[in-house]
Design a protein around this ligand. Structure first.
Ligand code: CDP
Length: 204
């Protein structure tokens, strides 16, 4: 029988969650869900005139494949819809059933270890200084063809941190039992290695 093993990876924007989550999922052979994409897909629908709660309730798998979900504009729209309790509620069941899938799952987001999967087998909180995170996001956006400038990206990251950490519903914070990994001075390889070590400790 295949059992489930849930890994929750939370943290602020551009801390390295996505990269670490993908590498960890590959290492353990688990499925990966980037839960930020759910909020980005809802945010994108709101930008074209849909109502946030309805957009969340009607979300489909195709919506997660839409073009442009990685833009800075959609990121801000995502963090605005993410403060709405009914939007978050509409996305809970999908995330929880993904977490329980046989063979293991990695979910990354803001509230996985605190709200979505408080009983996750392993919890990581991946963070870095706002400047380092903005530098990484700036490079990603430039490589994707955006002409954004560093100061704007830094301001966007800080605005999103502020909104994500101070909202009433599922605010961004480390779960009490999360292992915190600060990637400010770590290479990708070192950050992934630290994550794998922390997870292996929970497996035994
Ligand atoms: O990739 P990045 O870290 O910049 O952002 P993301 O993970 O794609 O998330 C976009 C926005 O969705 C965040 O700023 C949060 O406001 C929201 N979000 C959330 O509230 N809860 C989650 N589990 C995931 C994302």
């Amino acid at each position: 029988m295949t059992t489930s093993f849930t890994i929750a990876i939370d943290g602020p924007a551009a801390a390295g969650k996505g990269t670490i989550s993908k590498a960890v999922a590959k290492h353990f052979g688990f499925a990966h869900l980037d839960t930020g994409l759910l909020y980005r897909a809802v945010g994108a629908k709101v930008l074209v005139g849909e109502k946030p709660v309805e957009a969340a309730q009607d979300l489909t798998a195709e919506d997660l494949q839409a073009d442009g979900l990685r833009t800075a504009e959609v990121a801000q729209a995502a963090s605005k819809v993410a403060v709405i309790g009914e939007v978050r509620q509409a996305l809970v069941d999908f995330q929880r059933s993904f977490a329980r899938r046989a063979g293991g799952a990695v979910l990354d987001g803001r509230d996985i270890g605190t709200v979505i999967c408080p009983d996750a087998d392993a919890k990581l909180f991946v963070t870095a200084s706002p400047e380092v995170r903005a530098e990484r996001r700036y490079k990603e956006l430039r490589e994707a063809g955006s002409d954004s400038d560093f100061e704007t990206v830094l301001a966007d990251v800080k605005a999103r941190d502020e909104r994500d950490m101070n909202r009433a519903e599922a605010p961004l914070k480390p779960a009490v039992d999360a292992v915190v990994i600060d990637t400010s001075d770590l290479s990708i390889e070192a950050a992934v290695a630290a994550a794998i070590v922390a997870i292996k400790e929970k497996q035994s």
